[in-house]
Design a binder for this molecule. Structure first.
Ligand code: NAP
Length: 277
């Protein structure tokens, strides 16, 4: 690892734009990666309500790249020069690359989720149950379907789940029917189990059996009630930082062309997660 260098007049700027961003872990993660490679660059968080004005600012100041988070992932698209086909198809941009003044929108949640899974299991031809049908489920569902998985969506509000399943051309299952389905991989994309209501789990414990790989995308806490139940049932588990760090690693590689230091990035996030405890 190279020494951390201080910012100067030549420094490149990267940032996250969202609202809220006060607790975003992206700055510590990306600054650790930039420092690892000794790059003269910094990454900051900006709380932004007017995303159109922020994108004008990005252009005016030559900011090299940005992460886009809630609530701007869809609305930002109209202000960019180019949207890559994956981001266009799922209708969400979480990364902007400033290519010599041309702003390109991409989505790293898709590869982030698939890479997180691949570290433990290959999704191709597996039966994957995704619980939830929001923005994260859309990106993950798109990614694992394209990786060759057989995907089923289960959701509290059936209409939303049916709509996402239709968009992705995959199956829908009512939450009440989970017991009847054979699953290889279960992915929770709902906020159920997130701090402070940490005792809650999105599915009954008795659907978990040892051959299932269970992934939760919540990372606060890192070991959710679902992951605890999965460990007790003998399942292999993947925590929420896996997707978060992998999507950040993909952004870093798009921006810098350097290999992302995954372990260091994860460590930076864990050190700062503990500060919230
Ligand atoms: P979203 O668009 O608001 O979708 C939330 C989904 O969860 C909806 O399907 C909703 O169902 C369901 N849900 C909410 N509360 C529920 C409850 N009490 N019981 C059952 N289902 C419930 O949110 P999102 O952007 O997809 O994000 C979802 C979660 O993933 C958040 O906790 C977020 O922090 C996390 N996340 C993590 C990463 C990562 O990198 N690790 C990335 C993105 C998001 P209805 O349709 O019935 O409302």
């Amino acid at each position: 690892m190279m020494a951390n260098r201080s910012a100067d007049a030549e420094s490149a700027l990267y940032c996250v734009l969202g609202d809220p961003v006060a607790h975003s872990l992206s700055p510590v993660m990306h600054n650790r990666a930039l420092a690892h490679h000794g790059l003269n660059a910094v990454y900051l968080a900006f709380r932004v309500t007017d995303i159109g004005a922020a994108i004008q600012g990005l252009r005016a100041m030559g900011i090299k790249g940005a992460s886009i988070t809630l609530p701007h992932k869809s609305r930002v698209m109209q202000y960019l020069d180019d949207i890559d086909p994956v981001a266009a198809e799922i209708g969400a941009v979480n990364t902007i690359i400033n290519d010599n003044g041309r702003l390109i929108g991409k989505n790293s949640d898709v590869t982030g989720a698939v890479d997180a899974l691949r570290a433990k299991t290959e999704p191709a031809s597996k039966k994957i149950l995704i619980v939830g049908a929001g923005g994260a489920a859309r990106a993950i569902g798109y990614g694992v379907r394209n990786a060759g998985a057989q995907v089923t969506i289960a959701n509290r509000t059936p209409e939303t789940g049916v709509r996402l399943a239709a968009d992705l051309e995959v199956d829908f299952l009512p939450l009440a029917d989970l017991q009847q389905s054979r699953i290889d991989i279960l992915i929770n994309t709902t906020p159920v189990g997130m701090h402070p209501a940490t005792a809650a789990s999105p599915v009954p414990d008795d659907i978990l059996s040892p051959e299932i790989v269970v992934m939760d995308i919540i990372y606060n806490p890192l070991e959710t009630a679902l992951l605890k139940a999965a460990t007790r049932a003998g399942c292999r588990t993947i925590d929420g930082l896996a997707m978060f760090v992998n999507q950040g690693a993909q952004q870093f590689e798009w921006w810098t062309g350097r290999k992302a230091p995954l372990d260091n990035m994860r460590q930076a996030v864990i050190e700062n997660l503990q500060e919230f405890k």
